[in-house]
Design a binder for this molecule. Structure first.
Ligand code: ADP
Ligand code: MG
Length: 734
């Protein structure tokens, strides 16, 4: 069967699916959400039921206050956990961790041990809960460890809930863990995240103490809610595209006559098959205790979004990994494939992950909530100014935190958001910041009411500022939204960076204020000191604030004038992780030592090299074994048509022209295959930096040439000879 026939079969099958209108799964109802939520989580509720009171209280202190875990309770907790897991069908447990590859890793161990008398017993000790010892040698360590020194440890993170993963015929108890080397260096994304949250807490508490708002507060957390964008295509298309299969993005593909220009997809009604898929994902995520809140169509055809309610950033980061895992896992049950890549389709909107971020006390106060009379809320202004200062001082590290090969197709290309890191504040805060700069803070701008002009419609309270979709770092009411994070990326590392740079600014501000007013100042004295300090900080760092259109080319020029960095691609962005400034920052707040920062730089560079190399090889193989043969077949048909027309004694001038043009195009395509091959073979580099630069400068542009010619061929080759599912089919057959 030819590939073209395969494609037609798929289109027919999708049509049939809609005709039959079957939802192949249990319908999701409000009461089923109620009963399923948290079902597969060893939650505080379950612990309260199953643990002796004193043990429960001890674990709770660790979860809530970050106190070290009392080793004497570990056995009791492990036993209760095992009983609960086995009652729920689990046979195995695993230490679930997040190596620097960006995905998650697990090695399963059975609860079962031989009892020495021909039978078995189930076992799970406190030691097995608290510590694991996976072979670390096959995970990237960035030079922290040589392969022969394989020892690595996983350590239970009691602050993120233990959960069950259900497979088709298996249930596994998953224990969120940190992953470190024998020498104690962090080999994962969780250890620095927890350390950075400690850093924020310590510094933020100093500010609260100055304002006398620390009563009853033991900790400050960072909070995070990540909106996840993704594409869904029919799985049968996916498996016949080597580029999607191996690289998660298309390396060839001509834009269809229609893409997103009618803007009819965004917030449109969700196609039935997709909606059933979403409901099923939500059900699985509810069982895992992930509080999914919103779902909708996104801008591009076949693009969608899902977002949870925000949580403590550590739990949010673990839950975000589960969101990606479930999105991928559930799709095939509906004949779909979920694409999390930042740019699966060239020329069509890419996917990001909006990382909503704030700070809150453990008593539930959001420290970035400006409240009604913002100008009287000095403490808010301090936290706001700390973020502004942090983002300006460390824009380079923030940019580096979202750098990877996939995100290069989004950032810096002509779509949201640009690679220049700037902050959007909106009218009300912009006004406040200008008042701070003038040194006299008097009023809060009000949004007023919006009259809709029809008696039956309600009057709406209006926000004090419009939204800005183009800013990479936008204040959105009571939190910041960091929009440059890539859709396939773990949110842990960007949050490590945010937390650490903000901790530094809070430290700076607390130190200045404490010096100016002493530890328990009068209100008046504090007010004056804050006003003076914030005025100076705003003056120094206001260049990072930009409320205009981030896509506008004029902004790029303006940003350059302001001296804001603009790292257009990952390879140059990574350099921010090799500076003394970065080493000092991470070391000072005990988030990462120099070796740990260097190892991350090394690993991210290495990943870039691997990704681009795999893409180049895949493009070559598709060009040689799929596209060129199709082109030659088409050429033969054309040649036969010319010969037959001539034989029939009919003028075939224009047909002959077409054959000649086509032959020229396919010859050029063949030549360009050679150019890409040569570019790849000719790389000569003394180190990884040079290797990555050459891939960026010499190989990627040649791949683009090859793609352009391939796409031109697609526009000419007979549809029944074309071997790949087209953009039209993948994006519009749902
Ligand atoms: P939009 O698409 O308009 O940005 P969404 O409702 O899709 O809004 O997503 C907003 C996200 O921000 C949600 O995940 C929400 O829980 C999260 N969020 C709200 N408040 C906070 C906060 N204080 N800290 C962190 N995240 C927050
Ligand atoms: Mg958003």
């Amino acid at each position: 069967m030819s590939d073209a026939i395969n494609r037609m079969e798929t289109i027919r099958a999708v049509a049939e699916w809609h005709e039959n209108g079957e939802v192949p799964h249990e319908p999701v109802k409000p009461e089923s959400i109620q009963s399923v939520f948290g079902r597969d989580v060893f939650s505080e509720r379950v612990m309260r039921e199953r643990l002796p009171k004193d043990v429960f209280r001890s674990v709770l202190r660790t979860i809530r206050l970050g106190d070290p875990l009392d080793p004497s309770v570990a056995d009791t907790v492990a036993n209760a956990m095992k009983d609960w897991a086995i009652e729920n069908g689990a046979t195995h447990y695993t230490h679930w961790f997040q190596p620097l590859t960006g995905s998650t890793a697990e090695k399963h161990d059975s609860f079962i041990s031989p009892d020495g008398h021909g039978g078995i017993v189930t076992e799970f000790s406190g030691d097995a809960l608290v510590q694991g010892e996976p072979d670390a040698s096959s995970f990237p360590s960035g030079g922290v460890r040589a392969t022969f020194e394989a020892r690595g440890y996983t350590a239970w993170d009691p602050t993120s809930p233990v959960f069950l993963i259900r497979g088709t015929n298996s249930v596994t108890l998953c224990i969120p863990t940190a992953f470190v080397s024998y020498t104690g260096e962090a080999l994962d994304k969780k250890v620095p995240l927890l350390r950075s949250m400690d850093a924020v807490s310590a510094q933020a508490m100093r500010i609260l103490r100055l304002f006398g708002t620390d009563k009853g507060v033991s900790r400050v957390f960072t909070t995070c809610g990540a909106e996840q964008e993704y594409f869904l295509i029919d799985r049968r298309f996916f498996v016949t595209r080597p580029d999607l299969l191996l690289c998660n993005r298309t390396l060839f593909g001509s834009k269809p006559p229609k893409d997103q220009q009618l803007e009819d997809h965004y917030f449109g009604s969700v196609p039935d098959r997709v909606l059933s898929y979403m409901a099923e994902c939500e059900k699985e995520l509810y069982a895992l205790g992930v509080p999914i809140k919103t779902r909708h169509n996104e801008v591009a055809p076949a693009q969608f979004e899902v977002a949870p309610v925000f949580e403590n950033a550590n739990v949010a980061a673990d839950h975000q990994q589960l969101v990606m895992q479930v999105l991928r896992k559930v799709a095939p049950k509906f004949g779909l494939q979920c694409l999390l890549h930042e740019k699966p389709f060239a020329g069509v909107n890419g996917s990001g992950k909006h990382n909503n971020w704030s700070m809150a006390t453990d008593t539930g106060v959001n420290l970035l909530d400006p409240r009604e009379e913002t100008h009287t809320n000095m403490q808010f202004m301090v936290f706001l100014t700390a973020v502004i200062r942090a983002v300006d001082l460390h824009a380079d590290i923030i940019r580096a935190s979202v750098a990877h090969a996939g995100n290069d197709h989004r950032l810096g290309a002509n779509e949201a958001p640009p690679a220049i890191i700037s902050i959007f504040l909106g009218d009300m805060l912009q006004d406040i910041v200008e008042q701070i700069e003038k040194g006299a803070i008097k009023s809060t701008m009000k949004g007023g009411k919006l009259d809709l002009g029809a008696a039956s419609l309600p009057q709406l309270p209006r926000h004090t500022g419009d939204r800005n979709r183009t800013s990479p770092f936008a204040f959105t009411g009571n939190k910041f939204e960091f929009r440059a994070v890539g859709s396939s990326q773990s949110i842990a590392w960007p949050n490590v960076v945010l937390n650490t740079i903000v901790a530094e600014s809070l430290d700076y501000i607390a130190t200045e204020l404490e010096a100016a007013v002493g530890k328990s100042p009068t209100e008046e004295k504090l007010k004056n000191a804050v006003a003076k300090l914030l005025q100076r900080i705003i003056k120094e760092h206001k260049r990072v604030i930009f409320n205009g259109d981030g896509y506008d080319i004029a902004w790029h020029k303006e940003a350059e004038k302001r001296g804001l960095p603009n790292f257009k691609d990952s390879v140059s962005a990574f350099s921010a992780l090799k500076t003394k400034k970065a080493f000092d920052l991470f070391r000072k707040y005990k988030v990462l030592n120099k070796v740990e920062v260097e190892s991350r730089h090394h690993i991210y560079l290495e990943q870039y090299i691997k990704v681009v190399t795999i893409e180049a090889r895949t493009a070559l193989s598709m060009a040689k074994t799929l596209i060129l043969p199709a082109a030659l077949r088409h050429q033969t048909e054309l040649a036969e048509a010319v010969a037959a027309t001539q034989a029939a004694d009919i003028d075939c001038g224009s047909l002959r022209d077409e054959l000649e043009d086509f032959a020229e195009l396919s010859a050029k395509f063949r030549e360009t295959i050679g150019t890409v091959e040569k570019a790849l073979a000719d790389l000569h580099h003394k180190d990884e930096q040079a290797h990555a630069e050459q891939l960026r400068d010499l190989v990627l542009p040649r791949m683009l040439d090859l793609r352009e010619l391939g796409d031109e061929l697609e526009r000419h080759v007979a549809n029944d000879l074309w071997p790949l599912p087209t953009y039209r089919e993948m994006l519009f057959v749902r």
